[in-house]
Ligand binder design. Structure first.
Ligand code: GAP
Length: 434
């Protein structure tokens, strides 16, 4: 299956469109459409529920995108958050030196300049004066908003080490070579959690979070054969990391990073203590000692995870001899949980179906569709991965029952309207197998 199929389906069915498309598009920025926004929201909610709300040892925050410029000096991003950039002297295209092989331009074979360091942070100005004193950066990771609030959060939540702080939010990177649809963009959302542990316990938690995060993707239906863990070599490590392992997904363009789990040591809290003059050490009441906690960080991308769930759910099969495209999302991630159809556009069925739509719609996102044959209406819902189809027919008008169709098995069951919401909820919560 090609990325082209996914990108076309995404546009046709309202998952994602290129940003500012009517003006020719803005490179590597994407807008989520009506079903895409629901899918991405479900991915973020699934992460937040399990990584912030359900656990005793994690709390959440939402910090601002713009931060004091000194933050990025302390974090090492001003100095170290760079990629090696080369220019082609003939066609003027730019490339990441570590993404090309050989010393000639991969597009035209022209001569390349020597590599120079290119900082990936977007700059802007705060207030009416555009000078160096007012320069601020759009954050390239959400993590720093967590580190600078470490003491605020620990004091207010009275959490004791080991504990974590989670955050979901936008980050920005002026990537030299963005691409592959939602995979690498210049504006994206991250789902990051910084888990603070006692030095010496870090190795154990580093392995714990790799397993935990891998099982999160599996719980939401991702196929095991499309996932793997790849430890980083020493030459790949970010400037703050002692160790890192990527959870990789087998995208149509190859195995690529879905999420990184890093051992950031005490690097960030130490540096912020040095640069801010505020002592960010943790006081361990039991041990009666003060120390800089180590940090294990599972850092995922909401857009990248959304793309992986989309790719993983994509199937082409046949129903009654007709080919169909079906997205077999876990029902918890499916953008629309149920679609309601009148079998016929007469005999009061549309009116009754709209009433049923509103009953179900009070609990879940639903679609109503009365256009075209029932088969075509099912196909449209299969293409956006709606797990349940509810049909109002002539029998409904007599006994207040409807049929409930399952997206994957295409099996239908008949049940009373007043049991519909509970039954859909039960099926959403049931163990999921494709
Ligand atoms: N705080 C650590 C950190 O930011 P990272 O590996 O650079 O680590 C974490 O980013 C995750 O954020 C990646 O695994 C990926 O899912 C997502 N991500 C990073 N850059 C991205 C980009 N340009 N477009 C989309 N997602 C990106």
């Amino acid at each position: 299956m090609s990325m082209e199929k996914i990108v076309n389906l995404a546009k046709r069915r309202g998952f994602a469109y290129q940003s500012s498309e009517i003006y020719g598009g803005l490179a590597s920025c994407w807008d989520y459409g009506p079903v895409g926004v629901e899918l991405k929201r479900n991915v973020k909610d699934a992460w937040w529920r399990e990584m912030a709300q359900a656990r005793r040892d994690i709390v959440g925050i939402d910090s601002s995108i713009l931060m004091h410029p000194r933050v990025w000096e302390a974090s090492g991003h001003i100095e170290g958050f760079t990629d090696p950039l080369v220019d082609c002297k003939s066609c003027k295209q730019r490339f990441r030196a570590d993404h090309i092989s050989g010393d000639r331009c991969p597009e035209c074979g022209g001569e390349l300049t020597a590599a120079r360091r290119f900082n990936l942070m977007f700059k802007t100005f705060m207030g009416p004066v555009e000078d160096t004193a007012s320069t601020v950066f759009l954050r390239p990771e959400t993590a720093q908003g967590i580190f600078v609030n470490f003491q605020n959060v620990q004091t207010a939540s009275r959490q004791k080490i080991p504990f974590g702080i989670a955050q979901v939010g936008k980050s920005f990177r002026n990537e030299i070579t963005p691409g592959n649809f939602l995979f690498r963009t210049r504006e994206f959302e991250q789902m990051e959690m910084e888990f603070f542990v006692k030095p010496g316990d870090d190795e154990r938690w580093f392995h714990y979070w790799q397993e935990e995060r891998l099982s999160w993707y599996l719980r939401y239906g991702m196929r095991r054969e499309n996932l793997r863990i790849r430890p980083h070599g020493a030459d790949e490590l970010a400037h703050y990391a002692k160790a890192c392992a990527d959870i990789e997904y087998h995208f149509p363009f190859g195995w690529s990073e879905l999420e990184g789990i890093a051992n950031r040591t005490d690097y960030d809290l130490r540096r912020h203590t040095e640069y801010s003059g505020k002592d960010l050490r943790y006081f361990d009441e039991e041990a009666r000692e003060r120390y800089f906690p180590y940090v294990i960080e599972p850092a995922a991308g909401a857009d990248r995870a959304t793309l992986a769930f989309l790719v993983d759910a994509y199937y082409e099969d046949e129903v009654e001899g007709e080919p169909r495209v079906v997205l077999r999302f876990h029902p918890k991630l499916a953008p629309i949980k149920a679609a309601v159809f009148p079998l016929l556009r007469k005999d009061g069925q549309p009116e009754r179906a709209l009433e049923v739509r509103d009953i179900v719609g009070a609990h879940f996102p639903v679609h109503y569709d009365q256009a075209g044959s029932i088969g075509r209406r099912y196909r449209r819902q299969d293409e956006i991965g709606t797990p349940f189809g509810v049909t109002v027919d002539h029998q409904t008008m007599q006994d207040q029952t409807v049929t409930l169709r399952d997206r994957d098995s295409t099996e239908q069951a008949r049940l009373p309207i007043d049991r519909l919401v509970d039954e859909i909820r039960r099926r959403i919560e049931a163990p999921f197998t494709r």
